[in-house]
Design a protein. Sequence first.
Length: 363
Amino acid sequence: MRRARPRANYSGMTTRTPLAGPSVWLGRDIKDSRRWIRDLPAEALDELDAAVKSVRGMPWQEITREDFHLPMLSDLLDDVADELENGCGIVKLRGIPVDGYSEGELRQMYFGLGTHIGTPVFQNRSGELMRAIRDEGAHVGRTYGQVQDTTKGTTFLSSYARTLTNGALRFHTDRTDVVGLLCVRQAQAGGVSKLASTPAIYNAILAKRPDLLEVLFQDFWRSRFGEESTDKETVYKLPIFGLRDGKFTSHYSLTFIEAAELVPGVPKLTALQREAIEMLMATAEELCFEMTLAPGDLQFINSHVTYHGRTPFEDDAASGHDRLLLRLWLTMRNNRPLPEGHEILWQEIEAGQPRGGIRQVTT
């Protein structure tokens, strides 16, 4: 039975209570914890290698869980999925053997592993199931989406384009239950992952400014420009925070909100909305921790309870330090229920149902 929604008090503001559980963590506490660390057993490497050999010649994007046999690793990968949904919401799986395999073989290995944790979903409108996260140079805006901000006289890059630069990425979530990032090569300098618990951010704002917390439960205009659309005018409304049946979710990217503001007829953010976003970003920075990914590290993030960002980086291809991460978006078999109204983004809001990713263009 669905729990009653929070009640409004005499002033009209909803009475909310602090969130609790392992997904509510502070960066200063969790950074030295081993709760979110898992190590690939050395004895499982032969099994993983055999699985890769068994799909030799098969397109990586066609590999299914049944094709990629991992009996020795099944308990570990089930534990990863459980920690992501019912635990702290982040996992680093260490020891993926990235050396000695071609990029194509690594894609087969990673995709096969991913099918044992969740189900890969599309990351853009043209059917991309795995993205190579690297600095692609100055052309990214022309290739992956940019528009002119006539008010500021600047070029506005889509979220898609920003991912493929060497610049910093602000705290955000992706359009999927879980994001996986496999580090193949690290940069010469920088490119550090930054993570923050969104339920902890909720609690901190509740304690300081409950009025601004309530703003974050109200609709913000977003644009689908980038991964989903070539047109910034494809807009929709969705709150930044949501709760259903005691389960929290946050979907947030300032880039999509800023893109919507460029659309004629879309209301500009109110002063209170801007203040709420500023507090959200400052609190995320205050509560986050930094995680360095080494080659062979596989980071999983539950998007509903975790913001992630990135520091800028510098490559040095000559020395083999040109940053390359492979990204999967996974819908999870054990995912949480989402609030009514979130169908506009997720398509499906009931627990345990496939959802998320980018809708495909049909002709």
